[in-house]
Design a protein around this ligand. Structure first.
Ligand code: PEP
Ligand code: MG
Length: 752
């Protein structure tokens, strides 16, 4: 049953033309359930009706012509109730509506199931039979499961259809909705730097140039084989010979006698190289998936892996042919640091990430660069974005596709207003960071992207409150050497000396992957991340600490920060390794190496409750509100589906932050905030009201935050705090601060 379901869904997903996909779907379901009729209706919200799209059993001429109002008949009722309706004698039901054109008089039994995607009814799937009987539980659960699986496939297929069929005119002013990732507005041309490396996002296309496609495919195979040779060479000595044999198998699979010839055949039949590859890989992988033997089933994964590599190389060569537009809106399945580095900073105007959410690292990078970003826009497959003119509205998370000139002009006006606001903030960048009543704050920057340096003039900051060392690791194709790290860290320490630079030890895992150190986990944010990984690999940790220490020589502004600490034993072990590194460097250079100040990130709730012990072990702590929010609320910061639940203004998070600062003050333990909340106007006001006075933020926010703090009195914030802490939800909290800013006539100048 499961295999049948999977195959039906995959077939629908693979078919490029929606109408064909639906026609195939109804016959397959009818056959699988051995029933007499299956039909599918899709919702049209503008017209408020369900359209019969395909049927196997009703009058086939009615498909595409018969519309049933949202409140009409049994179909409308299934949509309204948002649950399956299973009837033995449908025609006797009060909601039954006679529609002569569909010729359904001979059917009695009816089972209708809504197709729901993200709480929205997309359509209704029905089966019918002449016999008077209620469909049994197995049949009902089959249809419910199928409808649930179909929902996202259909949502995708509809968008795909809309994108490919619409003329440019029809697409004008078409709007896509995502999540606001980084504020700001930009107009530019979409550029897919790394097209989806996932087969599902590849839409099937034909080509009139089989010879060209074949040459394209051969080239990708050649590069892939060379990659395997390199991998095999690198792994020999590390892997047993039987494991290494996988590379030979891959080579053979790519040969003409195996998958290769099938792909050539598909290209000869008129498919483009990518589509041919997708069709063949999916076909073979599925055959393995359905095998009973667990070992053979695993081979399906091998075939997909192999296909993935060839696909990447196919896309790579395609990519090289596309010219970089002058104003680049980087669109990617999942924007990474490496991709950002590939587009010249002066050409990059915005980011659109199909995956991810507001506090994914891709969004944080966009905020660091001061460019707008929209996240989680998964309605439109990647390849349909290429070369489209886009307006990216990072404030609201909207994207306008191929906008009309008049609309562009309106948005251009908003861009100019933003620039004017920034100029206002910058007028005060050199003034002291203090409230209107004179309370001093330390405003530091979060850093880690080399290209980000320009956006924060170091002389106007109080140092680096968080240097994310993982980015230099992610940008390379291997672990950086000690010498490479020394040079990199030295540059940062020198740039900000004598102000402190808080360097965080490697924090990979979660949504930050190293291309050369794969971590595959079911639950990566709760898995091998940050300090957990580096303590398991002391050779990586020690090299990094040694490099930091050496870079710090004669500057002495290095602070070291430990990420993802959830247990005091991790602190002890890290301190032991840091002592060892100090000793080694002192010995090697024959100098007396001073021990830098050491701190711990507070981002896992457990450690919040161990501040007294922590205060005895380390010199300072820094609150990472991005992860603290995700772990306190149990909401994946990277998952757009639950983005509505992720909010650092949640009353529970605010109470935790308040309790922590009070406790730290009582312990005389230095505490600061380096999560994104510190760079948000509303967030920094609340934190200041609670008693925090040291903030680290993306450099593009620093001028704005300084400008804001200079306009508030601590006495006003003291009144605001209890009111906010009593709010029942994040929404109320935001409204409350909104009102406060409005009363102070600051709102319009903040776009908060
Ligand atoms: C945090 O979790 O708040 C933080 C600053 O670290 P990162 O965003 O890099 O996980
Ligand atoms: Mg973190």
């Amino acid at each position: 049953m499961l295999g049948q379901l999977r195959r039906i869904v995959q077939d629908v997903a693979q078919e490029p033309v929606l109408q064909n996909a639906l026609a195939g779907l109804v016959s397959r379901v009818k056959q699988a359930l051995e029933t007499e009729c299956c039909s599918v209706y899709l919702a049209n919200y503008e017209q408020q009706h369900f359209m019969l799209m395909a049927t196997d059993g009703l009058n086939p001429d009615a498909a595409g012509k018969i519309a049933i109002g949202f409140s009409e008949g049994l179909i409308g009722w299934v949509g309204q109730r948002e649950e399956p309706i299973n009837l033995a004698k449908a025609h006797l039901h009060p909601r039954f509506k006679v529609t002569p054109e569909v010729s359904e008089d001979r059917f009695s039994a009816f089972l209708g199931c809504p197709i729901i995607h993200h709480r929205k009814v997309l359509g209704v799937l029905t089966i019918q039979q002449a016999e008077d009987r209620v469909f049994n539980e197995d049949e009902e659960s089959f249809l419910v499961t199928l409808a649930a699986q179909l929902a996202s496939v259909l949502a995708n297929a509809e968008m795909r259809q809309a994108a490919s069929e619409s003329t440019k005119n029809q697409m004008q002013n078409g709007q896509l909705r995502g999540l606001p990732g980084a504020p700001g507005i930009a107009i530019g041309d979409a550029y897919i730097l790394e097209p989806a490396n996932d087969f599902n996002a590849i839409s099937l296309k034909r080509s009139d140039e089989p010879d060209k496609e074949l040459a394209h495919f051969y080239r990708a195979v050649k590069i892939t084989k060379a990659e395997f040779n390199r991998l095999a060479e690198r792994m020999s000595g590390h892997l047993p010979p039987d494991a290494l044999a996988i590379f030979d198998v891959y080579h053979q699979l790519l040969d003409a006698a195996s998958l290769g010839s099938e792909i050539e055949q598909q290209i000869a039949e008129g498919w483009c190289a990518k589509s041919a590859l997708k069709r063949v890989v999916e076909k073979f992988a599925r055959q393995f998936d359905d095998m009973d033997d667990a070992y053979l089933r695993e081979r399906g994964t091998d075939i997909r892996d192999l296909g993935q590599r060839v696909l990447n190389n196919l896309l790579d060569t395609e990519q090289r042919k596309i010219k970089l537009p002058q104003k680049v809106v980087l669109v990617a399945d999942n924007v990474t640091a490496t991709m950002l580095a590939e587009v010249p900073r002066e050409q990059l105007v915005a980011i659109v990430s199909l995956k991810g959410s507001v506090n994914s690292h891709a969004a944080i990078m966009a905020r660091a660069l001061g460019i707008p970003a929209v996240m989680g826009v998964n309605e439109l497959p990647l390849l349909h974005w290429q070369s489209q003119r886009l307006i990216v509205d990072g404030y609201h998370g909207h994207i306008l596709l191929s906008p009309a000139e008049a609309i562009c002009q309106e948005y251009q006006q908003l861009i100019s207003e933003d620039a004017a606001l920034m100029a206002t903030y910058l007028q005060e960048i050199a003034l002291p960071s203090q409230s209107a009543c004179g309370k001093a704050f330390s405003l530091m920057v979060n850093s880690g992207l080399a290209i980000e340096f320009e956006t924060a003039p170091p002389q106007y900051t109080d140092g680096v409150g968080l240097y994310r060392t993982e980015f230099p690791f992610i940008m390379r194709s291997r672990f950086p050497t000690e010498q490479e790290q020394i040079e990199l860290y030295r540059k940062v320490l020198e740039t900000y000396a004598p102000c402190p630079v808080i360097m965080r030890t490697l924090d990979v895992g979660g949504d930050k992957a190293l291309p050369y150190f794969s971590i595959v986990e079911e639950n990566p944010f709760l898995g091998w991340r940050g300090i957990r990984l580096t303590l398991d690999h002391p050779e990586i940790f020690l090299v990094q600490i040694r490099a930091m220490l050496k870079a710090n020589l004669a500057l002495d502004n290095l602070h070291i920060l430990l990420p993802m600490i959830s247990d005091l034993a991790e602190v002890d072990e890290a301190l032991r390794l840091i002592r060892q590194a100090c000793f080694e460097v002192s010995d090697e250079l024959a100098i007396d190496m001073p021990k830098p100040r050491i701190g711990v990130m507070i981002e896992v709730p457990s450690i919040m409750y161990q501040l007294p012990e922590l205060a005895r072990k380390v010199d300072f702590c820094s609150v990472g509100t991005n992860d603290l929010t995700q772990y306190l609320l149990a909401v994946d910061r990277n998952n757009p589906r639950v983005a509505g639940l992720y909010d650092a203004m949640h009353p529970a998070v605010l109470r935790a932050l308040y309790q922590m600062v009070q406790q730290a003050q009582a312990l005389q333990f230095t505490i600061s905030v380096c999560g994104e909340l510190a760079g948000e106007p509303a967030g920094v006001l609340l934190l200041a009201a609670m008693g925090y006075s040291s903030f680290s933020m993306n450099s593009s926010n620093l001028a704005k935050i300084k400008w804001l703090l200079r306009r508030v009195e601590m006495s006003e914030l003291a009144l605001l705090l209890p009111e906010v802490l009593a709010c029942p939800s994040a929404k109320h909290v935001r409204l409350h601060i909104h009102r406060f800013l409005e009363q102070k006539h600051l709102l319009s100048q903040l776009r908060a």
